[in-house]
Design a protein around this ligand. Structure first.
Ligand code: ADP
Ligand code: MG
Length: 326
């Protein structure tokens, strides 16, 4: 019996089946692009959240779910250096809970308003059980300044915006500790339920010469590997330099927080590579909590298409490589 393909293998086969568009990016980056009118390109992405897999309605309010469904898509645009955008929102729900549709929509609309996103359509259908929400989002970017996964070059530094591990620390606390949670968990729960996509940071990076980025949806380790594979380079990351969410360290300890920052996911920060020269200038221009942190480098010392994690110069083996669907 042949083994079923994993998520990455499935996507590689889909990419071969659907082919590559001649006039922009197709499957393989955070979003697809094609020429728009004038000097810009359209940038499009879609992501789906399924009850029981990506969220539970006893931990997440319908409003927070709507916010998050848009946030994860906006994060893909941020990772391209793009601006939003118009969105199509599709929701599947069982008949008895159809009142949730409007609650989800209200939460989604509050982030839409904050980010200049307009919802222009979608689909509402009956589900046999789980609630499913899918958002498709189209934005715009300057094609000369796109942030891509395949643009890392040896000699670049590897850096990240903000701090990591907050969202997965919240999830760990929700699943491991009895309610009510310690009030110190509030910033972690906020990061988990209402992530703030790094749209302004993405545009700033793009305008300051950064060319390679990915958003951290599945954990730093997995995203670093995506950049290494797409760019055909080796990446080395010093796990001791990973900036951790302070509340996670306080409630779960440093070791666990570091593990979650590497493999937990849902941070929606940007992982990017940058020429070493303008890094200080960029750091002072980036007005966000946690700023930017240099974690490592793109280097010929690491085999092409792989990411190596070290601590005090010694290689570290990660227990998991991050979230994968299959
Ligand atoms: P992300 O984590 O940024 O959402 P994914 O891992 O979901 O990215 O997807 C990787 C790439 O594969 C993206 O370019 C996405 O558009 C593409 N992709 C994923 N699933 C499908 C599908 N069913 N059909 C076509 N393209 C897909
Ligand atoms: Mg996706």
């Amino acid at each position: 019996m042949t083994a079923l393909p994993g998520e990455f293998e499935l996507i590689a086969r889909l990419a071969a089946l659907f082919g590559t568009p001649p006039d922009g990016l197709g499957i393989g980056d955070d979003a697809a692009t094609w020429p728009a009118t004038g000097d810009t390109v359209q940038v499009a992405t879609t992501d789906m959240l399924i009850e029981g897999i990506h969220f539970r309605l006893d931990w997440t309010s319908p409003e927070d779910l709507g916010w998050k469904a848009l946030a994860v898509n906006l994060s893909d645009l941020a990772a391209m250096g793009a601006t939003p955008g118009r969105a199509l929102v599709s929701i599947a729900v069982d008949a008895a809970r159809r009142g949730l549709v409007l609650e989800v929509a209200r939460g989604l609309q509050s982030l839409a308003e904050q980010t200049g996103t307009r919802v222009v359509g979608g689909d509402t259908v009956r589900s046999p059980g789980p609630l499913v929400i899918n958002v498709a989002l189209v934005g715009e970017a300057d094609p000369a300044r796109l942030l891509r996964r395949d643009a890392a070059r040896p000699g670049d530094l590897v850096a990240v915006t903000g701090r990591l591990g907050a969202s997965s620390a919240a999830l760990a606390l929700l699943s491991e500790r009895p309610a009510p949670l310690d009030p110190a968990a509030a910033p972690l729960l906020a990061a988990h339920h209402r992530p703030l996509p790094r749209l302004a940071a993405g545009q700033l990076l793009a305008s300051r010469g950064v060319r390679c980025a990915i958003d951290i949806s599945d954990g730093l380790a997995s995203e670093a590997l995506h950049l290494a594979r797409a760019s055909g380079v080796g990446i080395e990351i010093d796990v001791g330099r990973v900036p951790l969410a302070p509340a996670a360290v306080r409630l779960l300890g440093e070791r666990r927080s570091r593990e979650l920052a590497l493999t937990g996911g849902e941070d929606y920060e940007l992982l990017f590579t940058i020429d070493p020269r303008p890094v200080d200038e960029l750091a002072s221009a980036l007005a966000i909590d946690g700023g930017l942190t240099v974690l490592g480098e793109v280097t010929d010392r690491v085999p092409t298409g792989t990411a190596r994690f070290v601590e005090a110069g010694q290689p570290v083996e990660l227990a998991e490589k991050g979230y994968v669907a299959f």
